[in-house]
Design a protein around this ligand. Structure first.
Ligand code: 6GU
Length: 240
């Protein structure tokens, strides 16, 4: 998978050299391009924002640097006549608290794409015409991490890339570790324990030491249901 990120803070993404995703990049499973929006400004101050039309607090990101930065990734707009035969382009994602909610299902769907482009806004957002223009050229999605406000899209994009990247075949060593996790099966994960069997007066639940695999499965399932009922009842399937 190819991933491009446009941001005014390219250093933010240096951490993608680390850990599983760093390894996936070294092995070529993920190809990453991080682009500085300010490289697409043309004034001495490398200005990326301006005051909002209609007034109000804060600043809005100007459309021209965004248009040039994204053109450089997408290629120049295709002539209308050749549009029909063009291969499907990348999916363009604008992290935004006004977007649809990012979920494990969306992560799974995005992990099957050949090319994702993330456009990280700051300030009060990006001029809406950038979204509207690129929506005429391909698939555009506004995506929110959840119902809280971040200062910009960078941290949200980092979370999305980690959630998507680990679903790309080969990125996580043992694919079985992806199956039992919270949110893939609809319920939260059961609690895990390792040695020692007693620690600070707390004992590992005896069933896990029993060697009885049927009993262990049943206990884990019951734990999943209890946890989900307690903290995330919204995830439970409707009662039959
Ligand atoms: Cl994607 N961006 C920002 N700025 N804030 C958020 C968010 C995204 N998701 C939740 N809050």
């Amino acid at each position: 998978m190819r991933i491009d990120i446009v941001t005014i803070f390219p250093e933010f993404f240096d951490v993608l050299d680390l850990s599983l995703l760093g390894k996936a990049r070294q092995s070529g499973l993920i190809e990453l391009g991080v682009h500085n929006l300010r490289d697409h400004t043309h004034d001495r101050h490398r200005t990326v924002d301006d005051t909002p039309y209609g007034g109000g607090a804060g600043m809005v990101m100007k459309p021209e640097p965004w248009g040039d930065a994204l053109d450089a990734i997408f290629g120049e707009p295709a002539p209308v006549s050749s549009e029909a035969d063009a291969a499907p382009g990348p999916i363009l994602i604008f992290p935004s608290p006004a977007g649809e909610q990012f979920t494990q299902a969306m992560a799974r769907e995005l992990s099957e794409q050949p090319h994702l482009v993330f456009a990280c806004g700051r300030y009060e957002g990006i001029d809406q015409r950038v979204v509207d223009h690129f929506a005429t050229r391909g698939e555009v999605r506004l995506v929110s991490l959840g119902d809280y406000v971040l200062n910009g899209g960078e941290v949200a994009v980092m979370a999305m890339i980690e959630a998507v990247g680990r679903l790309i075949p080969g990125v996580v060593g043992n694919p079985e570790s992806l199956v039992e996790e919270s949110h893939e099966g609809g319920l939260l994960e059961y609690p895990s324990y390792t040695k020692p069997s007693s620690w600070r007066g707390l004992d590992v639940p005896p069933v896990l030491l029993s060697g009885n695999h049927g009993a262990i499965s049943a206990w884990r399932r019951a734990q999943q249901l209890e946890r989900t009922r307690r903290v995330r009842p919204d995830l439970l399937p409707p009662a039959v």
